[in-house]
Structure formats: structure tokens, C-alpha cells
Design a protein around this ligand. Structure first.
Ligand SMILES: Cc1cc2nc3c(=O)[nH]c(=O)nc-3n(C[C@H](O)[C@H](O)[C@H](O)COP(=O)(O)O)c2cc1C
Length: 308
């Protein structure tokens, strides 16, 4: 399998393979290090980091659904200073060389910019992913990702304070995701990632109560995969910058679907809760697929779907 070239490039960042972790499903790696050789990942995308600590939403904030799950975590995190001291320091010391992409959250423009400014001197950061698509916070989050002008504004503000790779994570909770992708591309994004979770709701019929304390939450897992593949295909056909695809990837075959649709790299999320070794299993599966199909470079799969 050594003959297969799994390398891909995103915004000048060379990844050993296209498999990343999806933000919020892998913490900052440390919690998974007993199960997964982190050095085998293409990149780690951290949980969302905000300027000050966020408490998150009340429980229950997870509910299993058919072929997926709902969550309303609300971007709970200890804030950028604690992240820098604890998580970044651990990653730099334990997995040197692993590309680290910090997922950035904010309630307002200054919040996003502040996180990036706080991390600009950190050599262990390879790039940023702006989460403008979280459906689980009242202010900020998805509000930026569902409006082209707001999405462009936050992208441009962050672009102004960093030369590092800037990925903007798009919301599927829109009518026209292509317009939002084009807006952030024009505002300076180096790549887009999609999709974040789809807004959903589940009700406990014995209590007549919603299953989540916040009533609605974000749907993830295999249930959303066809929606995600469709959006990746639409966006990849419309922008010049690379696309990172995610949404329900459980197997290497799922990852290949996203690459054929136009994703240069993929991220694995909910699958980590089912099998913590999903990411490396998918890396191995990609190499096996390429080997079996005579594909020398995994990047040859990008956008290779035949829709004629
Ligand atoms: C429990 C949970 C927490 C998440 N937290 C974040 C987050 O902090 N930032 C973010 O951009 N996306 C977050 N997401 C969205 C995922 O990164 C991903 O976009 C989505 O779940 C679709 O991929 P999947 O079906 O493979 O999980 C979270 C998803 C889950 C399930």
C-alpha cells in the first residue's frame, strides 16, 4: 500500500492524508490518544474555542435519533487562554508535526478576531476554522453563516489579522449554500468546510417533552450524509478554493463519496463516538481503495464524479 500517495494540500498546508477530525467530536485529541495514534491523522481540528470560557447549554443536550444524533452542547469550552496552556501545549509536546487547526467560535466579530489574535504567536497552530454555523448558541454562531454579508464580514475581519490558512465552516441551514460559499471566498477564505449540523428536534412521547433541554439541536451522523454530499458537490463546482467535506462519514467509502463530489479533504465527526478509531480506519481504507482501483494519488479522486 506504500505506493499510494495520500497527501493533499489545503491552503498551502500539506496534509499526510485527507482525514481530519470534525470539530467538537474529538476534543483536542488528548482524550483519544489512548485509542488512536494521532500522528496518523491528516490534521486535528480542535473543539470550538472562544475568547472567554463558555458554559454551554443545559442538559439533556444529546439525543440519539435514527442513523444519527442531536446535540445542543452550545460550544462549551474553557476559553482561549486555557486552551493555549493545556491543549495546545499538550499537542505540541505529544504529537509534534501534526497539523493543528483551531476551530474558532464567537458571539460577535470581536470574539472571533480576539481568539485568532491570542493565538497568532503560537507556533503550534497551523490554521483556523471559523465556525459561523453553530445552531446551538443564541448570539453569533449560525447567525453569521446564514447571511452572505455577515459571513463575508466575519471572514474579512479574521483575514485581516492572520496570514495563516483560514477555513470557513458553512451552515447547511440555508436555502442557497453556494451564495454563502462565494461570499466567504471573495472575503478572503482559503478554504470552506461543510457541513455543520442540520437544525432538528425530537420529542419524548411519554412525557410530551422535547428530548433536548434547549428544544432544538444539531443533527449529525449518517442521516445527514446525502445532504452533505449534495452541498459539497454544489459548492465545489462553484468556488476555486478547496472544500473540506463532512457529515455522516463512517467508512472509507463514505469519505471517497465526498472526495468524488469535490472535497479535497474530509472530516470525521459522530463516527468517533461509535468507534474512537474511525479516523485511522478510514485512512487505511482510503489507501486500500486506491490500491485496489489503481489510483496512484488520492487527490485524483477529487471531483471525479461522473454526472454526465
Ligand atoms: C457533539 C458535537 C459537537 C460539535 N461541536 C462543534 C464545534 O465546536 N464547532 C464546529 O464547527 N462544529 C461542531 N460540531 C459539528 C461537527 O464538526 C460536524 O460538522 C457535524 O457533526 C457533521 O459531521 P458528522 O456527521 O460526521 O458528525 C459538533 C458536532 C457534534 C456532534
Amino acid at each position: 500500500m506504500s505506493s499510494v500517495d495520500l497527501r493533499v494540500e489545503i491552503a498551502g498546508l500539506e496534509l499526510a492524508n485527507p482525514v481530519m477530525t470534525a470539530s467538537g467530536t474529538f476534543a483536542s485529541g488528548r482524550e483519544f490518544a489512548d485509542f488512536v495514534d494521532l500522528s496518523r491523522l491528516g490534521a486535528i481540528v480542535t473543539k470550538g474555542v472562544s475568547l472567554v470560557p463558555w458554559e454551554g447549554n443545559p442538559s439533556p443536550r444529546m439525543a440519539e435519533t435514527a442513523s444519527g444524533m442531536l446535540n445542543s452542547i452550545g460550544l462549551q469550552n474553557p476559553g482561549v487562554e486555557a486552551f493555549r496552556e493545556r491543549d495546545l501545549a499538550w499537542l505540541a509536546g505529544s504529537v509534534p508535526g501534526l497539523p493543528v487547526i483551531v476551530n474558532v467560535s464567537g458571539h460577535d466579530l470581536a470574539g472571533y478576531v480576539g481568539v485568532i489574535e491570542a493565538l497568532e504567536d503560537e507556533p503550534g497552530v497551523s490554521g483556523y476554522e471559523l465556525n459561523i454555523s453553530c445552531p446551538n448558541v443564541d448570539a453569533g454562531g449560525m447567525a453569521f453563516g446564514t447571511d452572505c454579508a455577515a459571513a463575508a464580514e466575519v471572514t474579512a475581519a479574521c483575514r485581516a489579522v492572520t496570514a495563516r490558512p483560514l477555513i470557513v465552516k458553512l451552515s447547511p441551514n440555508v436555502t442557497d449554500i453556494v451564495s454563502v460559499a462565494r461570499s466567504v471566498e471573495a472575503a478572503g477564505a482559503d478554504a470552506v468546510s461543510l457541513i455543520n449540523t442540520l437544525l432538528g428536534m425530537a420529542i419524548d412521547t411519554s412525557s410530551f417533552r422535547p428530548k433536548l433541554a434547549r428544544v432544538v439541536g444539531g443533527l449529525s451522523g449518517p442521516a445527514i450524509k446525502p445532504v452533505a454530499v449534495r452541498m459539497v458537490w454544489q459548492v465545489a463546482s462553484a468556488v476555486e478554493i478547496p472544500v473540506i467535506g463532512m457529515g455522516g462519514i463512517m467508512t472509507a467509502d463514505d469519505a471517497i463519496e465526498f472526495m468524488l463530489a469535490g472535497a479535497t479533504a474530509v472530516a470525521v465527526g459522530t463516527a468517533n463516538f461509535v468507534d474512537p478509531t474511525s479516523t485511522v480506519r478510514i485512512v487505511d481504507g482510503l489507501a486500500e481503495f486506491c490500491h485496489a482501483h489503481g489510483v496512484g494519488c488520492v487527490s485524483d479522486l477529487v471531483g471525479a464524479v461522473d454526472v454526465s
